[in-house]
Design a protein around this ligand. Structure first.
Ligand SMILES: Cc1cc2nc3c(=O)[nH]c(=O)nc-3n(C[C@H](O)[C@H](O)[C@H](O)COP(=O)(O)OP(=O)(O)OC[C@H]3O[C@@H](n4cnc5c(N)ncnc54)[C@H](O)[C@@H]3O)c2cc1C
Length: 416
């Protein structure tokens, strides 16, 4: 591998992790890390949480500084999006016409917020990049009523942060309950109460028909004719992979870059993908998946780096999915895919200042997923048990045991 160039396109968590892991695993050749955004690589999860809440220290959210890049001998090429991949000539072209040749290319261009189908001149926001969060923060500072459209992770977190900033907030979502696609209908209902307990107005099962006006004076009209007046509107209706620049490259693009189980792009020997843009074959689930979570981006990038440095011993990528989200007073952690489970059981109560877990079982009676609130120990245990394919009953016992107060240590009577 030494002397060979690895070009990583996309300089966020998957791209930075791929570059770091390549060095850590012994790649001695050139590493070029190219990104569309002009800033040094930064992390996205804080954008809807601490950053929006006024914690402005972007240093804390930096994924790679200039000095560290120099120390690791990673060449940064920031502020110029890649526009074309030529896998035959092994070249990537950037906006403005410059090019970079590669021996191996890692695609880590992630995803962007699904564009708003409603257009107004000002006051309407998406939340994906630092620039998005800065613009939203400026509008939130003006106060007033905030309407959040979409109650998925980003919408719910933004609603929670806006509420903490003192804004009046209404959440609108056509589903009957938040995050129903991930959590299933029953658990989703608990998240309706979560919003309502924090004095957020909700309009679940209602769609937006139109938005008119400008910042400070917007009107959001719903499908039943109700009109919500708002100073600011946030649209959080999902994300789409940044794979458009690869059109015509010969890669198989199916809502993301189609890859095999080793995260190698289908139809291109020397191209891999990691993070939100990758749709790879999950050998455990026996289907192609694209996952939009931070831990997946980190873990997948590490496997890609391994498979580049050690082609003689490639590792398939078969993770148990994991995601966390901070909403109001809840740290929510999810392992596996709850919505695909056939039954579930709840330990503790999902209420204010909760410490609770929901364990999900598959048709074979195994623990297949878990959702915990403010209970990292239970989550860690469940993550281990899901990976081990434990029986649901065993998992219930173990998590119940964690819920018991620790037994007092018997006194020996001897002074130590
Ligand atoms: C506001 C927010 C909050 C989140 N909170 C959580 C959370 O609490 N928990 C969790 O698990 N996940 C969370 N996520 C999801 C997580 O951040 C993503 O899964 C993760 O960032 C994916 O990393 P990535 O590197 O694959 O893609 P991205 O982070 O999308 O980065 C891709 C990078 O590639 C660049 N790029 C795009 N096109 C090109 C091009 N043509 N040429 C060069 N560069 C390009 C982009 O500018 C971007 O910098 C959150 C995401 C957001 C937006």
């Amino acid at each position: 591998m030494s002397g060979r160039t690895v070009l990583v396109v996309g300089a966020s968590v998957a791209g930075v992790q791929a570059a770091r892991a390549l060095r850590a695993q012994g790649h001695g050749g050139r590493i070029v890390l190219a990104g569309a955004e002009p800033q040094l690589p930064y992390d996205k999860p804080p954008l809807s949480k601490q950053y929006l809440a006024g914690d402005w220290d972007t240093e804390r959210f930096r994924l790679l500084g200039e000095q560290e890049a120099r120390d690791l001998d990673i060449e940064l090429r920031l502020g110029t999006p890649a526009v074309k991949l030529d896998p035959i000539d092994h070249r990537v072209r950037f906006e403005g016409g410059s090019e970079c040749g590669y021996d191996t290319c890692v695609l880590a261009t992630g995803a962007r917020a699904r564009p708003s189908p409603w257009r107004v001149d000002s006051g309407l926001h998406l939340v994906r990049s630092l620039a998005d969060a800065e613009a939203l923060r400026a509008d939130l500072e003006r106060g007033g009523h905030v309407v959040v459209i979409g109650a998925g992770f980003i919408g719910a977190e933004t609603a929670s942060t806006a509420r903490a900033l003192g804004c009046e907030v209404t959440v609108v979502d056509p589903s009957p309950a938040p995050m129903q696609r991930v959590l299933g209908p029953e658990l989703g209902k608990l998240f309706v109460s979560l919003h309502e307990r924090h004095a957020v107005h909700t309009r679940f099962g209602r769609a937006v028909r139109s938005i008119t006006g400008t910042a400070g004076d917007l009107a959001v009209t719903l499908d039943d004719g109700e009109t919500l007046r708002a100073g600011t509107v946030v649209v959080g209706i999902g994300a789409v992979p940044n794979d458009g620049w690869l059109t015509g490259s010969g890669l198989d693009l199916v809502d993301g870059v189609l890859c095999n189980e080793y995260c190698r792009a289908v139809g291109a020997e020397d191209v891999f993908a990691a993070g939100d843009v990758a749709r790879w074959f999950h050998p455990g689930r026996e289907k192609h998946l694209r996952v939009e979570h931070w831990t997946n981006a980190v873990d997948q990038a590490a496997v890609v780096a391994h498979n580049i440095v050690h082609p003689e011993a490639p590792q398939p990528y078969a993770p148990v999915e994991y995601v966390w989200s901070d909403q109001y007073d809840w740290r929510i952690q999810i392992v596996g895919r709850p919505a695909t489970a056939v039954r579930h059981t709840v330990i503790g109560e999902f209420e204010e200042n909760a410490r609770a877990a929901a364990l999900f079982g598959d048709a074979a009676g195994r623990l297949s997923a878990a959702v915990t609130v403010n209970w990292p120990r239970a989550l860690l245990e469940c993550r281990r048990l899901v990976s081990a394919g434990s029986a649901l009953g065993d998992a219930e016992q173990r998590v119940n045991a964690l819920a018991q107060p620790p037994r007092p240590v018997p006194s020996s009577g001897a002074a130590l």
